[in-house]
Design a protein around this ligand. Sequence first.
Ligand code: SF4
Ligand code: SF4
Length: 430
Amino acid sequence: MLSRHGTRLLFRKEPAISQPTQELTEVSQVVLPFSFATEAAVRPAVSLYDTVNKGTPLAIIEDDPLATVCSSVTGAVSGERQIQHPLYGVLNCAVIDCVPDMPSPEVPVPLPKALTPDLILQTAETADIIDELDGVPLVLKLHRWQETGCDFLAADGIEIEPYASSAWAVLRDHAEQVLEGLRLAALCIGAPRYHIAVCLSGQRRRSIALRIGKDYLYQTDSYYPKAAPVRYSKHGGRGTVKYGSRVCRIGIQACLALYRALYLGEAHNRCTLTVAGDAVPHPQNVSVPFGTTVQQVLEHCGLIEPPDYLILGEQMTGTAALTSDIPILPGMTCILAFTAAAIKPVTPRTCIGCGRCVQVCHAGLLPFEINRRYRNMHYERLGSLSTHLCDGCNACSYICPCGIDLAAVVREAAATDNTISVDLEEDDDA
Ligand code: SF4
Ligand code: SF4
């Protein structure tokens, strides 16, 4: 079914969504980047055979302290590696052999008398919380929202793509703590209203609503990609916000991490992600320390042979990976592994002008027309088609009955800058 908000995708969340979350405690080795900073000068703070504890900084970055990565495990540094990560590019990493943690009871930290915005900001910074929605440090987002103002803060657990259910898994296990983390984030930025946005079946939704109160749970519609985390209306009455209100989005796992940092003094060093796809014998949600390799997670889910296709992220917006020997880092919430039989190659045919790509484009673009002008090399006529508004949701490619990869064409068209680039220097040399 199509609408101006997109299209409905076939959900393939079972059986992972129904399985209990598995906590990977026996990780043998993690691979962690010294830093995500590409420009700042990075000075490693650990060297070969050093012992590191959970939370030990791996590098000192004077220009950009927020880019410092801390160890997610206790262990010993056994080497250094440079890896080409499909999502993060080239990373210099420390390899840490893990030693099993002694099980320790959760000890609440004494809370100060008042949780002030400054204290919440400072805690988000010291706990290294990274929002899984966009991979941005939470302290930066909170700081920005403090400056710009926020009318409504929505914890985004919508998961509108076919496979992911990690937000649901975290909500199912920690709904009350997620809501409290959200309340604290809203307090920090002065947002007067907040809620958790989901797209869940009736039974699952009711089970969460019973625990946190239905006023704090919002069920969005299930159109991909434009499932909005709030409902807009002209007057902004009960359960809605006025058009033009400033709505900010925060991840479910980031809310939980904020709660755990403030109430238990824990650093953000784990994430929950969905492992699914037809090549995975036991699809499920797993909770792993950052730096665990994709290979270890796939093996935990019963996969022995390398899959034919490995996707980091979801079906519509994920990135293909050539190897599973790469670490899981903040911002990753889904891994998909497929056999060759599940991926049907499509031979693109000529556009039949059905208009479906226009109907699903939530950015209001004309993908078929961009395709036509780009193919005919009318680059100077692309300017009026606003190709820069495309966010790469891939809905147009998904819906096209002729198998045209329109999203890729729109991306290439945007890169032309509406003109043919001629490298005169190269011509001169030739
Ligand atoms: S990929 Fe771009 S052009 Fe295609 S539907 Fe999404 S926003 Fe529109
Ligand atoms: S969906 Fe495909 S066939 Fe239909 S108008 Fe768009 S490009 Fe043409």
